[in-house]
Design a protein around this ligand. Structure first.
Ligand SMILES: Nc1ncnc2c1ncn2[C@@H]1O[C@H](COP(=O)(O)OP(=O)(O)OP(=O)(O)O)[C@@H](O)[C@H]1O
Length: 583
């Protein structure tokens, strides 16, 4: 997107506020005219004082002073309010755009970069618009008034000034272009530095246990240096822009003096008119300098906005929500010849997977690390779309169902569940407005989480910290399972669900899963542990993105089966309870 495109869209982002913007422009013009009138009245005041007509001398000045103060106040308040609303509108739009993006792309962008778009860039745009645009508009109005007065005094010298303008503007504008091009690079570099900081603070325990504090500091320093190098370039360009605008103004002044001197010598202009013209021209040059000083800042805002618009322009990656929301869903899930490759990766992760999860059935999806199990779960959750093949629920493609309906009927507990920095109650009832305490506590009891929660000083009101960091891995997992069960889904998908649970919770969760048979709920247990798979009714073995074996546990998991190839303890019941590290 070019400068013009981004600049135009930036101004268009103000369009919902057009009435206020028009009011601000009107107030600015009035204020500029008022300012022009002050020297005139000051000149006249001495005449009135000489005639001892104090009222005629003072009244216009008082009225002008008062109206100028009121105009400025109203103008400022209106402008600040307008910008603040525009900024929050931009932030809301970018946030909504982020929520519609593909999970893979967002991960590739990095949370730091994405958060920067939502907060810093929008803030930068507001700041730059607030400062640069208001000053530019104000000085533009003043400059036009001054130029009109200059043209009235001497059209020839005003014409010379006008002819010199494009030349004088070209140089600082070129510098402004460089700064604008630098702005997105600087933001990227800052985002990359903050990414390292956030990642390090989140993984503080790992950093410390590997005694890599110096390494982490060096990594951060390296990223900061990249950002620092670009900032130095920016400062150099800023200085160059100041210098070029100062030089331009000086050159204009010298030119007018020379040409004006010739006009005086030729008798076309009186010396008095030349002096008056020069006085106005000095003011005009000052105005021009301010305009040139702030132009690069405005260009920088355009640069920041380019990144925001680029994000807003990305195609939404969320599959459209359908309309189906039947009250009698059976929960029959079918995958038909499903293929999937991650963007930018040649090798497909899933290669023609076909499997079926019948209502009320507990199916184990067993496979070695990297087999594609979590990817398959992500497809069922509709986090990614299959490259080829179909996913059907009760015979209808998943996209035919309403998005929110599907999320209630198919609940997923991911391998590493993340909680939000809210209370335990809010985490368990996440996404389900109007959930009663009784429902929340019942769900927690079903997975053995109620006891540890009630032992906490604030019970269900306990805040769990960023990403649930104030809970143990097992507690996080239990809360995530309770969150899924609260929806009373027809299909429950558990990705390595018992890996961090304590023995008691494991037993309770397994009981809950096995009880699913009676309730008609289908359960897909994703696991790398054969002994856990042995408790299912059917086992599907996934390896290298392909279904290798399928059948009842006693067949699939018999000694000497395929599982031996990847070092699994194939015999059902062979002690793996509590040996969570295997999967
Ligand atoms: N976001 C991603 N981008 C690119 N490749 C990915 C991504 N996520 C996973 N993969 C790749 O897809 C393959 C399958 O990964 P997946 O997480 O589905 O395996 P898994 O069977 O769940 O493994 P595990 O048991 O270790 O969790 C791996 O080779 C992995 O590198």
């Amino acid at each position: 997107m070019g400068t013009m495109g981004a600049g135009r869209r930036l101004l268009l982002s103000l369009s919902p506020e057009r009435r206020r913007c028009a009011a601000v422009m009107g107030l600015m013009a009035a204020s500029a005219l008022g300012e022009m009138a002050v020297p005139y009245y000051m000149g006249r005041a001495s005449d009135w004082v000489a005639r001892e007509d104090e009222l005629a001398a003072i009244l216009p000045m008082v009225l002008l002073g008062l109206s100028s103060a009121v105009t400025e106040l109203v103008c400022d308040v209106t402008f600040v309010g307008t910008l603040s609303r525009t900024q929050s509108r931009l932030q809301r739009r970018v946030f909504a755009a982020v929520l519609r993006q593909s999970i893979t792309e967002l991960r590739a962008d990095g949370a730091g970069d994405v958060a920067m778009r939502v907060t810093r860039d929008a803030e930068d745009v507001r700041e730059a618009l607030g400062e640069a645009l208001s000053l530019l508009l104000w000085y533009l109005a003043r400059g036009l008034c001054l130029f009109a007065t200059m043209a009235w005094l001497s059209p020839r010298m005003a014409l010379l000034t006008a002819l010199a303008l494009p030349l004088l503007l070209a140089l600082p504008r070129a510098v402004g272009h460089f700064r604008q091009a630098l702005a997105p690079q600087m933001q990227k570099a800052q985002a990359r530095a903050s990414e390292v900081a956030v990642e390090t603070f989140q993984a503080m325990a790992t950093v410390r246990s590997f005694a890599n504090e110096d390494g982490a500091a060096a990594h951060y320093r390296q990223r900061l240096q990249q950002s620092h190098r670009l900032e130095k370039k920016d400062v150099a360009l800023y200085t160059a822009s100041l210098w070029t605008s100062g030089f331009s103004a000086l050159a204009l002044k010298m030119g007018i003096l020379y040409y004006g001197g010739q006009l005086v010598a030729a008798g076309t202009v009186s010396t008095g008119d030349l002096v008056t013209f020069l006085l106005y021209q000095i003011q005009f040059t000052d105005v021009l300098r301010v305009l040139l000083d702030y132009f690069p800042t405005l260009m920088k805002a355009v640069g920041s906005s380019e990144k925001i618009f680029e994000f807003l322009d990305r195609e939404p990656q969320v599959a459209p929500s359908g309309t189906m929301a039947p009250t009698d869903l059976q929960g029959h899930l079918q995958l038909e010849d499903v293929w999937f490759s991650y963007p930018g990766r040649q090798e497909p992760v899933l290669k023609g997977v076909s499997l079926e999860l019948r209502p009320g059935e507990v199916l184990a999806l067993l496979g070695p690390p990297g087999a594609g199990k979590s990817t398959l779960v992500a497809l069922v959750s509709r986090l990614h779309q299959p490259t080829a093949g179909r996913l059907l629920l009760d015979g209808h493609p998943l996209p035919a169902y309403q998005h929110s309906y599907l999320c209630r009927q198919v609940a997923v507990v991911p391998q590493e569940p993340l909680l939000f920095a809210r209370s335990l109650h809010a985490n368990i009832s996440y996404g389900l407005g109007g959930c009663s305490w009784a429902q929340v506590t019942a769900a927690a009891r079903r997975v053995g989480a109620h006891d540890f929660i009630t032992r906490l000083p604030q019970g269900y009101d306990t805040e769990v910290g960023e990403l649930g960091g104030q809970l143990s891995g097992g507690q996080r997992q239990a809360v995530a399972i309770a969150r899924a069960l609260l929806r009373d889904p027809r299909i429950l998908i558990l990705d390595e669900h018992t890996s961090a649970l304590d023995t008691e919770s494991q037993q309770q969760v397994e009981q809950e899963i096995l009880a699913a048979k009676g309730s008609g709920r289908a359960v897909l247990m994703v696991t790398g542990r054969a002994a856990l798979a042995a408790r299912a009714q059917r086992v599907v073995v996934l390896e290298g993105g392909e279904v290798r074996q399928e059948g009842p546990p006693h067949e699939v998991l018999r000694p000497g089966s395929l599982l031996r190839d990847w070092g699994q303890q194939g015999a059902p019941g062979e002690g793996d309870r509590g040996s969570g590290g295997e999967g």
